[in-house]
Design a protein around this ligand. Structure first.
Ligand SMILES: Nc1ncnc2c1ncn2[C@@H]1O[C@H](COP(=O)(O)OP(=O)(O)O)[C@@H](O)[C@H]1O
Ligand SMILES: [Mg+2]
Length: 315
Protein backbone atom coordinates (compact mmCIF):
# COMPACT_ATOMS: atom_id res chain seq x y z
CA UNK A 1 0.00 0.00 0.00
CA UNK A 2 1.13 3.51 -0.68
CA UNK A 3 1.47 5.36 2.57
CA UNK A 4 1.05 8.76 0.96
CA UNK A 5 -2.51 9.85 0.69
CA UNK A 6 -3.74 12.17 -2.03
CA UNK A 7 -4.40 14.76 0.67
CA UNK A 8 -0.75 15.49 0.89
CA UNK A 9 -0.60 16.69 -2.69
CA UNK A 10 -1.26 20.26 -1.66
CA UNK A 11 1.86 20.87 0.36
CA UNK A 12 4.00 20.00 -2.64
CA UNK A 13 3.34 23.41 -4.11
CA UNK A 14 4.90 24.99 -1.04
CA UNK A 15 7.71 22.51 -0.82
CA UNK A 16 8.78 22.45 -4.47
CA UNK A 17 12.24 21.12 -3.96
CA UNK A 18 15.06 22.59 -5.90
CA UNK A 19 15.58 26.28 -6.19
CA UNK A 20 18.83 28.18 -6.56
CA UNK A 21 20.59 27.38 -9.79
CA UNK A 22 20.40 23.65 -9.75
CA UNK A 23 18.22 22.41 -12.58
CA UNK A 24 16.46 19.11 -11.96
CA UNK A 25 15.47 16.87 -14.84
CA UNK A 26 13.48 13.72 -14.11
CA UNK A 27 13.29 10.75 -16.44
CA UNK A 28 10.29 8.52 -15.96
CA UNK A 29 7.16 6.96 -17.38
CA UNK A 30 6.32 3.64 -18.85
CA UNK A 31 7.39 0.24 -17.75
CA UNK A 32 10.87 -1.20 -17.28
CA UNK A 33 13.11 -1.70 -20.27
CA UNK A 34 12.07 1.35 -22.28
CA UNK A 35 15.42 3.12 -21.94
CA UNK A 36 15.00 5.40 -18.93
CA UNK A 37 18.41 4.54 -17.50
CA UNK A 38 20.03 4.73 -20.93
CA UNK A 39 18.60 8.22 -21.41
CA UNK A 40 19.49 9.37 -17.89
CA UNK A 41 23.06 8.11 -18.21
CA UNK A 42 23.77 9.49 -21.66
CA UNK A 43 22.04 12.84 -21.25
CA UNK A 44 24.10 13.22 -18.06
CA UNK A 45 27.27 12.38 -19.98
CA UNK A 46 26.45 14.87 -22.75
CA UNK A 47 25.94 17.64 -20.20
CA UNK A 48 29.14 16.74 -18.34
CA UNK A 49 31.13 16.73 -21.60
CA UNK A 50 29.75 20.21 -22.29
CA UNK A 51 31.36 21.31 -19.03
CA UNK A 52 28.33 21.33 -16.74
CA UNK A 53 28.58 19.81 -13.28
CA UNK A 54 26.16 16.93 -13.16
CA UNK A 55 24.86 14.66 -10.43
CA UNK A 56 22.72 11.77 -11.50
CA UNK A 57 20.53 10.01 -8.94
CA UNK A 58 19.18 6.51 -9.26
CA UNK A 59 15.69 6.68 -7.77
CA UNK A 60 14.73 3.33 -9.24
CA UNK A 61 14.80 2.09 -5.68
CA UNK A 62 14.78 -1.67 -5.65
CA UNK A 63 15.88 -1.97 -9.30
CA UNK A 64 18.84 0.37 -9.33
CA UNK A 65 21.16 -0.15 -12.30
CA UNK A 66 22.07 3.33 -13.47
CA UNK A 67 25.62 2.75 -12.25
CA UNK A 68 26.06 0.01 -14.87
CA UNK A 69 25.09 2.41 -17.69
CA UNK A 70 27.76 4.77 -16.36
CA UNK A 71 30.43 2.14 -16.04
CA UNK A 72 30.83 2.13 -12.28
CA UNK A 73 30.49 -0.80 -9.86
CA UNK A 74 27.73 -0.69 -7.26
CA UNK A 75 28.57 2.37 -5.18
CA UNK A 76 29.44 1.69 -1.57
CA UNK A 77 27.06 4.26 -0.17
CA UNK A 78 23.52 4.38 -1.42
CA UNK A 79 20.34 6.30 -0.66
CA UNK A 80 19.55 3.62 1.95
CA UNK A 81 22.36 5.04 4.07
CA UNK A 82 20.81 8.48 3.85
CA UNK A 83 17.31 7.29 4.62
CA UNK A 84 18.55 5.24 7.58
CA UNK A 85 20.55 8.31 8.71
CA UNK A 86 23.89 6.52 8.39
CA UNK A 87 24.89 9.28 5.99
CA UNK A 88 24.10 12.82 7.09
CA UNK A 89 23.96 14.52 3.71
CA UNK A 90 23.40 13.64 0.08
CA UNK A 91 26.92 14.92 -0.55
CA UNK A 92 28.38 11.96 1.34
CA UNK A 93 26.74 9.63 -1.17
CA UNK A 94 28.41 11.11 -4.26
CA UNK A 95 30.44 8.55 -6.20
CA UNK A 96 32.67 9.75 -9.02
CA UNK A 97 32.33 8.24 -12.50
CA UNK A 98 34.96 7.86 -15.24
CA UNK A 99 33.55 11.07 -16.74
CA UNK A 100 34.77 14.42 -15.54
CA UNK A 101 32.09 16.58 -13.88
CA UNK A 102 29.74 13.63 -13.44
CA UNK A 103 28.94 11.85 -10.18
CA UNK A 104 26.25 9.41 -9.26
CA UNK A 105 24.15 8.85 -6.18
CA UNK A 106 23.06 5.27 -6.20
CA UNK A 107 19.63 3.94 -5.40
CA UNK A 108 19.02 1.67 -2.49
CA UNK A 109 20.13 -1.90 -3.04
CA UNK A 110 17.67 -3.43 -0.61
CA UNK A 111 14.02 -3.61 -1.51
CA UNK A 112 12.99 -0.24 -0.18
CA UNK A 113 11.01 0.58 -3.33
CA UNK A 114 10.12 4.15 -4.18
CA UNK A 115 6.47 3.51 -3.25
CA UNK A 116 7.57 2.90 0.32
CA UNK A 117 9.43 6.17 0.73
CA UNK A 118 7.64 8.06 3.44
CA UNK A 119 6.27 11.48 2.59
CA UNK A 120 8.89 13.08 4.85
CA UNK A 121 11.72 11.19 3.17
CA UNK A 122 10.58 12.28 -0.27
CA UNK A 123 10.25 15.88 0.87
CA UNK A 124 13.68 15.69 2.46
CA UNK A 125 15.36 14.38 -0.68
CA UNK A 126 13.59 16.94 -2.88
CA UNK A 127 14.53 19.77 -0.56
CA UNK A 128 18.19 18.78 -0.44
CA UNK A 129 18.74 18.54 -4.21
CA UNK A 130 19.37 22.27 -4.46
CA UNK A 131 22.22 21.95 -1.97
CA UNK A 132 24.20 19.71 -4.27
CA UNK A 133 27.13 21.38 -5.96
CA UNK A 134 25.78 20.89 -9.48
CA UNK A 135 24.37 22.65 -12.50
CA UNK A 136 22.12 19.71 -13.26
CA UNK A 137 20.65 16.92 -11.19
CA UNK A 138 19.14 14.09 -13.22
CA UNK A 139 16.72 11.65 -11.63
CA UNK A 140 16.22 8.16 -13.01
CA UNK A 141 12.75 7.45 -11.65
CA UNK A 142 12.29 3.86 -12.65
CA UNK A 143 8.93 2.40 -13.67
CA UNK A 144 5.52 2.86 -12.16
CA UNK A 145 3.00 5.52 -11.23
CA UNK A 146 3.11 5.60 -7.44
CA UNK A 147 2.51 8.98 -5.87
CA UNK A 148 6.18 9.32 -5.01
CA UNK A 149 7.29 8.78 -8.59
CA UNK A 150 4.66 11.23 -9.84
CA UNK A 151 5.71 13.83 -7.29
CA UNK A 152 9.38 13.61 -8.24
CA UNK A 153 8.33 13.98 -11.87
CA UNK A 154 6.09 16.99 -11.15
CA UNK A 155 8.62 18.74 -8.91
CA UNK A 156 11.39 18.59 -11.49
CA UNK A 157 12.14 21.54 -13.75
CA UNK A 158 11.73 19.21 -16.71
CA UNK A 159 9.98 15.84 -16.81
CA UNK A 160 11.12 13.54 -19.57
CA UNK A 161 9.19 10.47 -20.73
CA UNK A 162 10.72 7.60 -22.65
CA UNK A 163 8.55 5.30 -24.75
CA UNK A 164 9.07 2.52 -27.24
CA UNK A 165 7.23 2.58 -30.57
CA UNK A 166 4.97 -0.31 -29.60
CA UNK A 167 1.34 -0.36 -28.36
CA UNK A 168 2.00 -1.55 -24.80
CA UNK A 169 4.63 1.07 -24.19
CA UNK A 170 2.51 3.84 -25.74
CA UNK A 171 -0.44 2.83 -23.54
CA UNK A 172 1.80 2.88 -20.48
CA UNK A 173 3.00 6.34 -21.37
CA UNK A 174 -0.57 7.65 -21.65
CA UNK A 175 -1.34 5.98 -18.32
CA UNK A 176 1.60 7.79 -16.74
CA UNK A 177 0.55 11.14 -18.25
CA UNK A 178 -2.99 10.56 -17.02
CA UNK A 179 -1.75 9.83 -13.50
CA UNK A 180 0.40 12.96 -13.47
CA UNK A 181 -2.54 14.94 -14.83
CA UNK A 182 -4.81 13.77 -12.01
CA UNK A 183 -2.12 14.47 -9.43
CA UNK A 184 -1.64 17.98 -10.89
CA UNK A 185 -5.38 18.56 -10.91
CA UNK A 186 -5.59 17.55 -7.25
CA UNK A 187 -2.73 19.90 -6.38
CA UNK A 188 -4.32 22.79 -8.31
CA UNK A 189 -7.65 22.02 -6.66
CA UNK A 190 -6.13 22.27 -3.19
CA UNK A 191 -4.01 25.29 -4.08
CA UNK A 192 -6.88 27.27 -5.57
CA UNK A 193 -9.43 25.81 -3.14
CA UNK A 194 -11.76 24.90 -5.97
CA UNK A 195 -12.66 21.33 -5.02
CA UNK A 196 -16.43 22.09 -4.99
CA UNK A 197 -16.16 23.83 -8.34
CA UNK A 198 -14.55 20.78 -9.89
CA UNK A 199 -17.18 18.52 -8.33
CA UNK A 200 -19.84 20.77 -9.81
CA UNK A 201 -18.21 20.54 -13.25
CA UNK A 202 -17.91 16.78 -12.93
CA UNK A 203 -21.50 16.34 -11.84
CA UNK A 204 -22.78 18.49 -14.67
CA UNK A 205 -24.13 16.38 -17.48
CA UNK A 206 -21.07 15.57 -19.50
CA UNK A 207 -21.36 13.19 -22.39
CA UNK A 208 -19.59 9.83 -22.39
CA UNK A 209 -16.69 10.97 -24.52
CA UNK A 210 -15.91 14.01 -22.34
CA UNK A 211 -12.18 14.45 -21.89
CA UNK A 212 -10.16 16.04 -19.08
CA UNK A 213 -9.81 19.04 -21.41
CA UNK A 214 -13.65 19.26 -21.56
CA UNK A 215 -13.75 19.25 -17.77
CA UNK A 216 -11.53 22.33 -17.59
CA UNK A 217 -13.72 24.08 -20.16
CA UNK A 218 -16.76 23.28 -18.06
CA UNK A 219 -15.05 24.80 -15.00
CA UNK A 220 -14.34 27.92 -17.09
CA UNK A 221 -18.04 28.15 -17.98
CA UNK A 222 -19.05 27.98 -14.33
CA UNK A 223 -16.36 30.30 -13.03
CA UNK A 224 -14.22 31.95 -15.73
CA UNK A 225 -11.66 33.47 -13.37
CA UNK A 226 -10.91 30.29 -11.44
CA UNK A 227 -11.27 28.20 -14.57
CA UNK A 228 -8.53 30.12 -16.33
CA UNK A 229 -6.29 29.94 -13.29
CA UNK A 230 -6.77 26.19 -13.29
CA UNK A 231 -6.07 26.00 -17.00
CA UNK A 232 -2.84 27.98 -16.50
CA UNK A 233 -1.79 25.73 -13.68
CA UNK A 234 -2.35 22.61 -15.80
CA UNK A 235 -0.72 24.11 -18.89
CA UNK A 236 2.51 24.57 -16.94
CA UNK A 237 2.82 20.83 -17.15
CA UNK A 238 4.73 20.25 -20.38
CA UNK A 239 6.33 16.84 -20.30
CA UNK A 240 9.02 15.99 -22.84
CA UNK A 241 8.80 12.84 -24.89
CA UNK A 242 11.55 10.66 -26.36
CA UNK A 243 10.73 7.71 -28.62
CA UNK A 244 13.43 5.09 -28.13
CA UNK A 245 14.51 2.18 -30.32
CA UNK A 246 13.09 3.54 -33.57
CA UNK A 247 13.68 1.54 -36.73
CA UNK A 248 11.43 3.27 -39.27
CA UNK A 249 9.96 6.65 -40.12
CA UNK A 250 6.60 5.33 -38.88
CA UNK A 251 8.22 4.76 -35.47
CA UNK A 252 9.51 8.32 -35.45
CA UNK A 253 6.06 9.67 -36.36
CA UNK A 254 4.45 8.03 -33.32
CA UNK A 255 5.82 10.88 -31.22
CA UNK A 256 3.95 13.43 -33.33
CA UNK A 257 0.66 11.50 -33.05
CA UNK A 258 1.09 11.27 -29.29
CA UNK A 259 1.58 15.02 -29.14
CA UNK A 260 -1.68 15.62 -31.02
CA UNK A 261 -3.62 13.16 -28.86
CA UNK A 262 -2.32 14.73 -25.63
CA UNK A 263 -3.38 18.19 -26.76
CA UNK A 264 -6.83 17.00 -27.79
CA UNK A 265 -7.54 14.75 -24.85
CA UNK A 266 -5.78 16.44 -21.92
CA UNK A 267 -5.24 19.93 -23.30
CA UNK A 268 -1.57 19.57 -22.44
CA UNK A 269 1.47 20.30 -24.50
CA UNK A 270 3.59 17.18 -24.85
CA UNK A 271 6.93 18.31 -26.20
CA UNK A 272 8.36 15.71 -28.56
CA UNK A 273 12.08 16.37 -28.20
CA UNK A 274 13.44 13.57 -30.35
CA UNK A 275 14.02 9.92 -30.96
CA UNK A 276 16.80 7.39 -30.42
CA UNK A 277 17.57 4.82 -33.06
CA UNK A 278 17.66 1.14 -32.24
CA UNK A 279 21.38 0.47 -32.13
CA UNK A 280 23.37 -2.67 -31.31
CA UNK A 281 26.04 -0.54 -29.64
CA UNK A 282 23.66 -0.17 -26.69
CA UNK A 283 23.82 -3.76 -25.52
CA UNK A 284 27.46 -4.04 -26.55
CA UNK A 285 28.30 -1.18 -24.19
CA UNK A 286 26.04 -2.58 -21.46
CA UNK A 287 27.84 -5.91 -21.78
CA UNK A 288 31.19 -4.20 -21.48
CA UNK A 289 29.85 -2.09 -18.60
CA UNK A 290 31.07 1.03 -20.33
CA UNK A 291 29.09 4.21 -20.96
CA UNK A 292 27.72 4.12 -24.51
CA UNK A 293 28.84 7.62 -25.46
CA UNK A 294 32.39 6.88 -24.30
CA UNK A 295 32.68 3.42 -25.84
CA UNK A 296 31.06 4.24 -29.20
CA UNK A 297 31.53 7.98 -29.77
CA UNK A 298 30.78 7.56 -33.47
CA UNK A 299 27.50 5.67 -33.14
CA UNK A 300 24.37 7.21 -34.64
CA UNK A 301 22.97 7.52 -31.15
CA UNK A 302 25.47 10.23 -30.28
CA UNK A 303 23.85 12.55 -32.83
CA UNK A 304 20.41 11.59 -31.49
CA UNK A 305 21.44 12.43 -27.93
CA UNK A 306 23.11 15.64 -29.01
CA UNK A 307 19.89 16.86 -30.56
CA UNK A 308 17.82 15.90 -27.53
CA UNK A 309 20.17 17.63 -25.11
CA UNK A 310 20.14 20.82 -27.17
CA UNK A 311 16.35 20.76 -27.22
CA UNK A 312 16.31 20.37 -23.44
CA UNK A 313 18.84 23.15 -22.89
CA UNK A 314 16.87 25.56 -25.07
CA UNK A 315 13.77 25.18 -22.97
N1 LIG B 1 18.18 2.54 -28.52
C1 LIG B 1 18.42 1.27 -28.13
N2 LIG B 1 18.95 0.38 -29.00
C2 LIG B 1 19.16 -0.89 -28.63
N3 LIG B 1 18.90 -1.38 -27.40
C3 LIG B 1 18.37 -0.55 -26.49
C4 LIG B 1 18.11 0.82 -26.79
N4 LIG B 1 17.59 1.40 -25.68
C5 LIG B 1 17.54 0.46 -24.73
N5 LIG B 1 18.01 -0.73 -25.21
C6 LIG B 1 18.09 -2.01 -24.47
O1 LIG B 1 17.04 -2.07 -23.54
C7 LIG B 1 17.53 -2.37 -22.23
C8 LIG B 1 16.74 -1.59 -21.22
O2 LIG B 1 17.14 -0.23 -21.19
P1 LIG B 1 17.15 0.57 -19.83
O3 LIG B 1 17.72 1.92 -20.09
O4 LIG B 1 17.80 -0.23 -18.76
O5 LIG B 1 15.57 0.67 -19.56
P2 LIG B 1 14.81 1.15 -18.23
O6 LIG B 1 15.72 1.96 -17.41
O7 LIG B 1 13.64 1.94 -18.76
O8 LIG B 1 14.34 -0.08 -17.54
C9 LIG B 1 19.02 -2.03 -22.26
O9 LIG B 1 19.75 -2.93 -21.51
C10 LIG B 1 19.38 -2.13 -23.71
O10 LIG B 1 19.94 -3.39 -23.99
MG1 LIG C 1 16.32 1.63 -15.36
Amino acid sequence: MDINSGQQASDLSAQVGPQANVKVWAIGGGKGGVGKSLVTANVSICLALMGYKVVTIDLDLGGANLHTCLGVPIPEKTLSDYLSKKAKSLKELLTPTPINNLSIISGAQDDVGIANLKHMQKTKILGKLSELDADFVLLDLGAGTTFNTLDFFISADQGILTALPEPTSIENTYRFIKSVYHRKLKMAEDLLEIGPLIDQAMNAKMNQSATPADLINRVIEINPQMGHKLKNEISRFQPKLIINQVRTQADIDIGFSMKIICRKYFGINLDYIGYLEYDATVWQSVKKRRPLLMEFPNSGLVANFDRIVHRLLNN
